[in-house]
Design a binder for this molecule. Structure first.
Ligand code: ADP
Ligand code: MG
Length: 573
């Protein structure tokens, strides 16, 4: 490893030269308290910034072994250090100077969710941050003085204030670690208590705005209060006792007047697959890890999905047992979303009337009389939701303020009134028993088969122009993969563009398991297994700090939305 002075000399020797001369600084350098790795140097000042790492010895960094004594605690400290590093970049980097990205020092910025990221690694030997620097230039000529300031003044301050215990806010660090550990413990305890979700008393669910995921100001937000009949208590490793509303396995209906907080509750559960940063308000709102938000997504493409449990006898004899379209309707997209989620292991479905196709959700008695079953291809969800639980063990939480037909099939009914939940299960069941509509059940005896599909190798091709890999995430819900663009607009549970990027590379990794015989579920499981064993770094040909953990469910959803993927159906999963 070269000395830091070597880097200084190299920088000085290329001052004023063409930008390509920066390639010569690639390498490893020993700084007083850490090692600096310049892994990749950008080709010009306007290109994506250069990939850089710094690594400090664990002993020197001072973080005790109790900060990493289990996976949850390690996740907590990594998240905290990434945020600290990000703040330090803002405080200590002089920022943009010169052409293109000149002068930038940046690390991925975590938002409300606590995600495992490639940006920060901590193990018994070292703490390592992976970030990006825009090597400075005036026009296309190297500005060595600016580069020297970045490497020898700004970066050392950033590193010193974020990778060393001495300068970090220790109580705050432990708050992150303990919150993460408690949230994981809570989520892990749900199943044995027969629950699929939990909302803590005093949780703050509403967000600052429709486009700002930070919490609503605490003056305006009404704190959550569990109804006594649904109240449960848990014991957490750090916080101790906690109470809140338990959501049981089976079918749960959320009703209530418009604007009373139904969707906000459902959205909190949707995010409950992730841990949240302390202060978010939803730190102790958790859901089963395989909870999937389902919505209608017309215009999506579908490839050989068996949607016949919900839809049969489409006009022109279109086959719904192996349904393909490049332009789905609201109802067919929602049916496919459910079947595909179950196909890869979803255990809980979340549906909101706001984002569902009405004809998929309900078909009332009057309509049954006017349009007979043989002229209606759709079997509404109300006739299938119980079978889904009884036969497949898949629970549903459903927001439905507009139809009482679901009273008959709901195990629990929660009414939101003024943002607070009331258990109205008995009332709803009484109404269902006394006000007997002669609605005909349409669901048949069984839910139906959920079939496995096999992705055909070769139909998933990451090659862009000139055969070079083309894999990127231009937006939070869009992937570019080879010659295709994948629209993920309906995948609400992707929360960070670093996940989108990782999913994009996950698709590429998945191609190595597409052998023409393995099911999509098996392929996804193989990818997730590699990540579990080797970390997210396994996905990319080089180390990069801008990936975050994702679920197999979202990876499958992305593959299912590829417009040129080919699939073959296999027997039942
Ligand atoms: P619904 O789905 O019942 O129509 P929403 O969940 O969309 O209602 O909530 C309506 C509005 O009320 C939103 O602007 C939301 O931010 C706000 N809101 C929701 N829950 C709370 C709460 N606990 N405290 C304060 N405002 C809330
Ligand atoms: Mg709503």
């Amino acid at each position: 490893m070269a000395s830091d002075e070597t880097l200084r000399e190299r920088l000085r020797s290329i001052d004023g030269k063409g930008y390509k001369a920066y390639k010569g600084i690639k390498g490893e350098y020993r700084f007083p308290n850490y090692a600096l790795y310049i892994d990749h140097v950008q080709g010009d000042p306007f290109a994506f910034p250069s990939r850089i790492r710094v690594r400090a010895d664990r002993d020197l960094s001072g973080f005790k072994s109790d900060t990493t004594s289990n996976a949850s605690r390690a996740l907590g400290i990594c998240d905290f250090l990434t945020r600290q590093f990000h703040r330090s970049c803002i405080s200590f980097s002089r920022g943009h100077r010169g052409s293109g990205k000149s002068g930038l020092i940046m690390i991925t910025e975590p938002l409300q969710e606590v995600l495992q990221r490639t940006a920060m690694v901590i193990n018994p030997r070292f703490v390592e941050a992976r970030f990006f620097m825009g090597l400075p230039a005036a026009g296309r000529r190297i500005s060595a003085m600016d580069a020297e300031a970045m490497f020898f003044e700004e970066l050392p301050r950033i590193v010193q204030s974020s990778l060393f215990l001495e300068q970090v806010d220790t109580p705050q660090l432990y708050r992150y670690i303990e919150t993460t550990e408690d949230a994981d413990s809570l989520r892990n305890q749900l199943d044995q208590r027969g629950l699929i979700g939990f909302v803590a008393d005093d949780a703050h669910l509403p967000r600052a705005s429709g486009i700002d995921p930070r919490p609503m100001d605490s003056q305006s937000a009404v704190g959550f209060q569990s109804p006594a009949s649904l109240r449960v208590e848990f014991s957490l490793p750090n916080r101790g006792r906690i109470t809140g509303m338990g959501i049981a396995k089976g079918v749960t209906l959320i009703v209530g007047g418009g604007y009373h907080g139904k969707s906000t509750l459902l959205e909190a559960l949707e995010r409950g697959i992730y841990n949240h940063v302390p202060g978010d308000g939803r730190e102790f709102v958790v859901a089963h890890p395989d909870t999937v938000k389902i919505r209608a997504a017309n215009a999506r493409s579908i490839v050989k999905t068996d949607i016949s449990p919900f839809i049969r006898n489409l006009p022109f004899q279109k086959d719904t047992a192996a349904f393909s379209t490049d332009n789905a309707s609201g109802s067919t997209s929602q049916a496919a979303n459910i079947i595909e989620a179950v196909e890869v292991g979803a255990r809980v479905l979340l549906l909101d009337e706001d984002t569902s196709a009405t004809n998929f959700m309900i078909r009332d008695h009057r309509m049954q009389q006017l349009v007979s079953k043989d002229k209606e291809p759709i079997t509404p969800f109300v006739d299938k939701v119980k079978q889904l639980y009884a036969e497949k063990g898949v629970s549903t939480v459903l927001v439905m303020g507009g139809s009482g037909d679901y009273f008959n099939v709901a195990d629990h009914v929660i009414r939101m009134t003024g943002y607070l939940p009331v258990d109205v299960t008995d009332d709803a069941h009484r109404i269902a028993a006394s006000d007997t509509v002669d609605r005909l059940p349409e669901g048949g005896d069984h839910f139906g088969d959920v079939k496995a599909r096999i992705p055909i190798s070769g139909s998933v091709d990451p090659a862009g122009g000139k055969g070079r890999l083309k894999i990127s995430a231009p937006r939070l819900r869009e992937i570019v993969f080879g010659h295709t663009s994948i629209d993920l607009l309906d995948i609400d549970q992707i929360t960070d563009i670093a996940q989108t990027r990782a999913i994009a590379y996950g698709i590429y990794h998945a191609t190595r398991f597409m052998d023409g015989a393995s099911s999509l579920k098996a392929v996804i499981a193989a990818v997730m297994d590699d990540i579990e064993k080797q970390g997210l770094d396994v996905l990319t040909p080089y180390i990069t700090g801008d990936l975050a953990a994702f679920r197999g469910i979202e990876l499958a959803a992305a593959i299912n939305r590829m417009r040129d993927v080919r699939m073959e159906q296999k027997a039942q999963v």
